[in-house]
Design a protein around this ligand. Sequence first.
Ligand SMILES: NC(=O)c1ccc[n+]([C@@H]2O[C@H](COP(=O)([O-])OP(=O)(O)OC[C@H]3O[C@@H](n4cnc5c(N)ncnc54)[C@H](O)[C@@H]3O)[C@@H](O)[C@H]2O)c1
Length: 389
Amino acid sequence: MKIAMHGVTGRMGTNQHLIRSILAIMKQGGVRLSTGEIQTIEPILVGRSPAKLKHLAETVATQETGHPIAWTTDLESVLADDSVEIFFDAASTQMRPGLLRTAMERGKSVYCEKPIATELESALELAEIAERTGVKNGAVQDKLWLPGIRKLRMLRDQGFFGDLLSVRAEFGYWVFTGHTADQPAQRPSWNYRSEDGGGMMIDMFCHWEYLINDLFGPVDRVLAHAATEVPERIDESGKPYRCTADDAAYAIFVLENGLTCQFNSSWTTRVRRDDLLTIQVDGTKGSAVAGLRECWIQSAASTPKPTWNPDVPQPINFYDNWQQLPNTTEYDNAFKIQWELFIRHCADDAEFPWSLASAAGGVRLAEAGARSAGDQTWVSMEDAVAHAH
Ligand SMILES: NC(=O)c1ccc[n+]([C@@H]2O[C@H](COP(=O)([O-])OP(=O)(O)OC[C@H]3O[C@@H](n4cnc5c(N)ncnc54)[C@H](O)[C@@H]3O)[C@@H](O)[C@H]2O)c1
């Protein structure tokens, strides 16, 4: 199965998709299908920089798998090549709709990073083309396979929480502005320019949408506030630039079932919590806090009884009375798990609900969040779609 990979020289493309997923799958021999057969894969890297592509395709691929893989800078020839079955894109978000549209019109299966588009109208159009052409399609929803999230799902399925009361997520960390030589910025500068497709809401609300939907149910409405808290940063070439995108977003999502989910997302906060993403779920019978890998629980019976008294040092260590869940299975890389599912979907029609249509829901939430912030009002998901048409 020939897979064209566009945008592999980027952060996500190189680490998560090429090394941790595709080369790892090649190293294990392929993907086992329901028939028991092994589906092998043959990637071809596509991009603009011959030097970077050559390094990945020859040096990195040989280190990982023992042999080099193919690469080219001729995107058009890849899109025209009938032997390429899957077109994958992890390059700049703004190019994505055009590339996916062409690939689908040429009958290729498509798989891509999120968000599938920066605007809902274009995301819905992609979902419509996927439906019309009937090609296999999907978008990355990696957080669903994080070990911490899998543990939360297990707790929910076992009825640990009793009745769900509320959900609170804290996401983010301090991203250096680059003004200090020894603290270079650790994320790409386009992330902080809205004209280049950057912004916390468009970046993260599409993750929050599928995560909330999967664990707790569909979002009904959103109230959000976006801020550009750091106005100037230093780019990759050492030049200062004006930040035009939101670097923090504060949101309340109310679900169709009435559950309240608060999500704070910030690139301008210093971490004093268990992990870079923590999700606390409170229920009548127990609470849980999930990080990326770990999950801690406190049952009704082990809930302490605090007293408000600032005249004495706090007698309770609130981290006590929480129990860390054990690891009871192998937790493979989340991106690799989803790649294997997509390859199975293409090879033998195995189910794959993480489609472009489902990913359009994430863009819808981001757009609803942006409208809520702009208008300083609640925005319902239904209104967001009506507004896009
Ligand atoms: N799933 C996740 O958790 C996650 C995390 C971060 C980023 N992303 C998404 O992944 C995508 C890439 O993000 P990144 O952080 O790797 O960015 P990056 O800036 O590190 O990489 C961008 C890639 O796109 C390529 N590119 C840019 N403009 C191009 C052009 N005009 N023609 C051809 N190639 C071009 C670059 O060469 C590079 O390979 C974005 O859509 C982003 O939203 C997803």
